[in-house]
Design a binder for this molecule. Structure first.
Ligand SMILES: Nc1nc2c(c(=O)[nH]1)N(C=O)[C@@H](CNc1ccc(C(=O)N[C@@H](CCC(=O)O)C(=O)O)cc1)CN2
Ligand SMILES: Nc1ncnc2c1ncn2[C@@H]1O[C@H](COP(=O)(O)OP(=O)(O)OP(=O)(O)O)[C@@H](O)[C@H]1O
Length: 204
């Protein structure tokens, strides 16, 4: 636990130090790398970036263009199970949650197991699908059913900067492993890690 707290602090510091040009570049590259999961008619979970998190704004724009239905998380009043609400349904209201993240309170809610894919924010990751989050346990709790069932949906895709990667995130039994992680440098696919050739292109 203490391991995780120290690591979290260190990785947050690294993430906060990512310069603006690299942020913009990473956001664009991550959007391009997300294309295999941005399929017409798919229900896809995203998030609104908090602080120095990698922004999904370009990814969300691309997703809408491709006919994806986007959903945003809602922090529950009690417990740790996130709700998901359609981001583009009309007549909702924007409110800030207790962490200062804008939330869309719309009518069209969806149970987490009905999503096809979810882009997950992170503080740290490893190439084996290990994830370190903010420490609230929300994503682990919400997608805990994935540990118990054969059913592999939704696909959980971590999103972060390359500087968030470490050799090994300390594993705990409740951690919901990621199916893929996208960074500005590569697509990590635990089991069959594939670095694409574009990874070596210089940043623009
Ligand atoms: N953008 C975003 N949305 C998200 C999450 C997230 O990590 N990022 N969550 C993932 O679970 C849920 C909200 N959970 C959270 C849990 C803890 C903290 C938190 O402790 N924040 C610190 C400051 C973090 C920082 O400076 O980077 C704090 O409030 O002191 C934030 C969100 C759902 N929505
Ligand atoms: N499936 C679960 N059911 C109940 N509690 C859980 C579950 N998963 C995690 N927790 C609790 O949540 C707390 C934080 O867990 P952890 O440090 O793994 O969070 P995290 O993945 O970093 O955070 P987040 O998902 O919010 O970004 C721990 O106290 C843990 O016991």
């Amino acid at each position: 636990m203490n391991d995780k707290t120290d690591l979290r602090r260190q990785l947050r510091r690294r993430r906060a130090a990512v310069p603006a040009w690299l942020r913009r570049c990473a956001e664009q590259r991550v959007a391009k790398r997300a294309v295999p999961w941005l399929r017409r008619g798919w229900r896809v979970g995203a998030y609104l970036a908090l602080g120095s998190e990698l922004s999904l704004a370009p990814l969300m724009t691309l997703a809408r263009r491709r006919g994806v239905r986007l959903f945003l998380p809602l922090v529950p009043a009690r417990g740790r199970r996130l709700g998901f609400v359609a981001a583009d349904a009309p007549a909702g209201r924007w409110r800030r949650n207790r962490y200062g993240i804008a939330e869309y309170h719309g009518r069209q809610r969806l149970a987490p197991h009905r999503l096809d894919a979810v882009f997950v924010p992170l503080v740290g990751f490893d190439a084996q699908g290990g994830r370190l989050g903010q420490g609230g346990g929300y994503y682990d709790t919400t997608f805990a059913f994935r540990l118990r069932r054969r059913w592999k949906k939704p696909t959980l895709i971590g999103v972060g900067f390359e500087c968030q990667r470490v050799a090994q995130i300390p594993r705990e039994a409740h951690d919901a492993p990621l199916d893929a992680v996208l960074s500005e440098r590569a697509v990590y696919r635990p089991g069959h890690l594939s670095r694409d050739s574009r990874a070596r292109k210089t940043a623009t």
